[in-house]
Write a protein that binds this ligand. Structure first.
Ligand code: MG
Length: 373
């Protein structure tokens, strides 16, 4: 990769892999990470895992797979503009949701509750478990043996008690240091992607209306801009144009503000990034806009009664599965029974977290209903 900034992560200044491997010919270390992620089982399952809506509700809604692709696409444009490592950003973006449970946030909350006496469940930590331990693809090691920087980027948040057990990637939480700019950037690309696609999916589902959204400043400004530029368009086309404009504004603002932050911090090396404040950020004005939009989505979409009903069913499903396996581990598939001898609750959590929405629904049926022929 050419022309990287001195404070970008590169194959040369990487802290490397846990198990040493020869450099790949014709690819950078981070391209190899990305390729391993794309070939993983957990990545393929993202197609049938949801963010807000349950997977079978409609073909047009985002799944975790399309979400991850959108994050990678947004992240790469910003990385290229800031002369950061695009391949690393892409790898982190494609892996960032690998540890998510079925049924989005509802599933995660339910599993966390089930695990509360057994060290809890955090999806970030689970994403790291997937790439470090759970994937079974390579003869030489468990997991994907990714580079330190990719693993660090995947572990966005982490409680201190867990950080102590994680070794190298946990250090920064204990020392209160910042991750690479590539990791910071991917985190904000995630935010840009989900706020905007939730507006789009929310409108498409009919759970929120354009009139409601017109009360939200960033939406109404961009709607007005789109109407002015294209007076003849309406309906879905107008909404798509508005969302497109919003994403563009956020990306341009993120590049501009982060460039200014980096310049004023006088960064000269990758090391300097860890002790500087967070440097990838939106401007104050856009931060306010984003907060207003998030609050709206929180109140009007994520807590809409129809979403709440669905979340309730999802939580019930996860809890029932967890309870039945806890009562009798012989109901687990053989592979997880073996794992349960070592750590019963972790094995159950790994099994449930790996399920897609439809797999969890089917597993529930298989365990709790008797079908008459
Ligand atoms: Mg995400």
């Amino acid at each position: 990769m050419h022309n990287l900034a001195s404070y970008a992560v590169s194959s040369e200044n990487s802290r490397g892999r846990r198990i040493k491997e020869k450099s790949p010919p014709g690819r950078s270390e981070f391209q190899r990470d990305r390729d391993r992620i794309i070939h993983s089982t957990a990545f393929r399952r993202l197609e049938y895992k949801t963010q807000v809506f349950v997977n079978h509700e409609g073909d047009l809604f985002r799944t975790r797979l399309t979400h991850s692709l959108e994050v990678a696409q947004i992240g790469r444009s910003v990385a290229r503009n800031l002369r950061l490592n695009e391949d690393l950003v892409e790898a982190i973006a494609l892996a960032h949701d690998l540890g998510h449970t079925p049924f989005g946030h509802a599933g995660q909350e339910a599993l966390n509750e089930c695990m509360k006496d057994h060290n809890g469940f955090e999806h970030n930590l689970q994403s790291l478990r997937v790439v470090d331990i759970l994937e079974e693809r390579y003869g030489a090691f468990d997991g994907l043996n990714l580079c330190f920087e990719t693993r660090e980027g995947i572990l966005k948040h982490c409680a201190k008690k867990n950080a102590r057990k994680l070794g190298d990637v946990g250090e920064r939480f204990l020392a209160n240091q910042r991750p690479s700019l590539e990791a910071q950037l991917t985190n904000l690309a995630d935010e840009i992607a989900y706020n905007n696609h939730d507006v789009d999916d929310g409108l498409r589902s009919g759970l929120i209306t354009q009139e409601q959204l017109e009360e939200v400043s960033i939406f109404s400004r961009h709607l007005a801009m789109s109407k002015k530029e294209y007076p003849k368009i309406s309906g879905r086309k107008l909404i798509h144009e508005t969302v497109r404009c919003m994403i563009n504004t956020l990306v341009v603002d993120l590049i501009k503000q982060s460039t200014a932050n980096i310049a004023s911090a006088r960064l000269d090396s990758l090391r300097a990034v860890s002790v500087a404040p967070y440097l990838i950020s939106f401007s104050e004005e856009i931060k306010k806009d984003q907060q207003e939009l998030k609050k709206f989505l929180h109140n009007s979409l994520y807590h809409h009664y129809q979403v709440a009903r669905m979340s309730n069913k999802a939580q019930h499903t996860v809890k029932m599965l967890f309870n039945v396996f806890s009562e009798d581990t012989r109901l687990l598939p053989p592979k997880y029974q073996v794992k349960s001898h070592e750590n019963k609750y972790q094995a159950i959590a790994d099994y449930i977290a790996g399920m897609t929405d439809r797999y969890a629904i089917r597993e529930y049926r298989r365990l709790f209903t008797i079908k008459e022929n």
